[in-house]
Structure formats: C-alpha cells, structure tokens
Design a binder for this molecule. Sequence first.
Ligand SMILES: NC(=O)c1ccc[n+]([C@@H]2O[C@H](COP(=O)([O-])OP(=O)(O)OC[C@H]3O[C@@H](n4cnc5c(N)ncnc54)[C@H](O)[C@@H]3O)[C@@H](O)[C@H]2O)c1
Length: 322
Amino acid sequence: MRLEDIKKIGVAGAGTMGAGIAQIFAIKGYDVVVTDIAEKFLDNAKKIIAINNSSLIEENIISEADAEKTIENIFFTTDTKAFADADVIIEAIIEKMDIKQDYWKEVEEIAKEDAIFATNTSGLSITEICKKINNKGRFVGMHWWNPPHIIPLIEVIRGEETNDETVDTLVELVKKIDREPVVVQKDANGFIGNRIQFAIFREALNIVEQGIATVEDVDRAMKYGLGFRYASIGPFETADLGGLDTFYYISSYLWEELSDAKEPSEMLKTLVDNNNLGVKTGKGFYDYPDGKGEEAMKRRDKAFYKTLRELHMKTLKDDLFS
Ligand SMILES: NC(=O)c1ccc[n+]([C@@H]2O[C@H](COP(=O)([O-])OP(=O)(O)OC[C@H]3O[C@@H](n4cnc5c(N)ncnc54)[C@H](O)[C@@H]3O)[C@@H](O)[C@H]2O)c1
C-alpha cells in the first residue's frame, strides 16, 4: 500500500481513543468508517467528537468548516464488513490479547489483501496480537497518546514480521495528518514513551516514599523544571547542551541511588487497594471532591492546547488545521 493509494481509514472501537483518531483523519479529508459492537458506543463517540470539536474551535485551532468535515467524512456502523474497502484499519478496542487476536482474524477475512492493519495497543506485543492472521507483514503498531486529538506524537511499532513498506507507509501517513511519528524498531513492552514515563513514575514514587520530597513538590519540580525543558528538547539534546562529561559524572554516582524496583511500590499498591484510583473515584495522590476532577481535566486540556499552539501549532496549522 502506498501513501497516495490511501483514501479510506477504518477505525475499530469508538471509545476514548477511536473517536479522537477518527476525528483527526476526517478533518484531514480522509473517508473514515468507525465501528463498535453496539449503537450506544457509536453515539458516545459522536458526543466525544462534538465536544473535542467545540473546544478546538474555542481554542482557535480549527475552524467551523474543519469541524463540519468530521460530520461529512465519518460513517458510523456496527457492521465490521464496512472495512471491506478500507486502505488502513486502526484497531482501538479493549486491551485484551485474546480479543484483539480473534478480532484481527475476523478482519483479515473481510479486508482488502493489501490493507494496512494497525493496532493502537498501549503495550501488548504487536507480534502476539497478529498471531492468528496470515499476512503479518502488513501488521504494525500505531500508538496514539491520550487525548489523541491534541497530542502530536504517534509511535509506529515494528512487530517481528512487519515489513519495511508497511512501516514506511504508516510513517508517511502520520506525517500527512501532521502528527509526529517515531519508529520503535523492536517490539519492546512500553515502546518509547511508556518506558520513559514509567521510569519517571517509579523514581517519583521512590522520592516520596523515602521522604525526600512531597507529592506536590515532585509534581512542581517536573512542571517547572524537567517538563518545561522536555516540551522543547529531549534527553539527548539536553545532555549535549549540558555537556556529556557532566552527565557522565552525575550518572556514575547517582544511578546507584535510583530505584530499580521490579514491582509497583507499596504507596501505589495501598492507594489502589483502597480504591483511591485518582479522578475517577474522587481521590488518588490528591483529593477531587465535588467536580474537582472534571475541573482538573479541563485545566489539563487548556494547558495542552496552549503548548500545542505555542510549540507545535506551526506544523499542525500549516496543513491539518488550516
Ligand atoms: N485511553 C488511553 O489513554 C489509551 C492511550 C493509548 C492507547 N490506548 C489503547 O487504545 C485501545 C482503546 O482504548 P480506549 O481507552 O479508547 O478504550 P475504550 O474502552 O474507551 O473504548 C474501546 C471501545 O472498543 C469497543 N469494542 C470492544 N470490542 C470491540 C469489537 N470487537 N469491535 C469493535 N469495537 C469493540 C468498546 O465497545 C469500546 O467502545 C486499547 O488498546 C488501549 O490500551 C488507550
């Protein structure tokens, strides 16, 4: 499949991720078909897209005309056969290995011979997910980040049998919709982003558990120091700018102090055991009484929009959102 032959995108699963993924392709002008197992999930996706659209318009990121395209270009159905003429099929269904494996087997019986198959799994093995299909060369990971209508990064993950053409075409497609592709060359758990995110999370917990700093101060240290820097430059650029000798000396005394825990920490386990799951239960590391959780999510999205506009908008505006 070549980039110029891609006209129609199938999105399986109309949840948090599927809705945003469909929205981005539709704004870009692709024909999109979204499937789910029941109408109520499709209705929910329509609502998510409408909410996303109104906040993108309010933030002056897309126009009313762009939003119209999501209505014109997306077809919603519970019939998987609608994928028969799709050129790329992106699966964003439940994160369960056996369900994904059976799902792809079913899709292979329906889809075009040369359609690209991409899974949005958060961390399951790409090689395992495609175990039951015949043509594994066309199967690839395509990991979007939540909220998918805002965050530019998409990780493209090569399974053991994924062929080069599939990876190359998908990378081109990601560029075409003005997202930022990175290629994960090995089918490793957590890909790039979640490996780094969870290394940070492990050490953040360790700092608090050892009494080195409070939860609030760890969050502030990230936002005003590291996060501020990482929104513009990555860890290797940071090291080059700081001086590799300095980074080498610091590594040689600091790494032995850092957590290398192999299990989730006590603090995290206790919170989860007590059903303190964060915003969704009203309490996690912080308290969220009376609608505070919703407020926190709105504040997060506003801050993300600001970063998108300030740092990434040029590429997005040039094409996708113009
Ligand atoms: N939520 C995140 O932050 C996030 C981020 C990146 C990747 N992901 C991954 O994306 C995928 C979807 O996650 P989500 O958060 O959107 O889940 P979700 O629960 O919001 O949505 C999943 C949807 O898939 C539907 N579904 C289940 N079986 C199906 C089938 N056989 N055919 C069609 N639809 C089916 C469900 O009805 C549901 O509407 C998962 O693999 C998840 O790990 C999630």
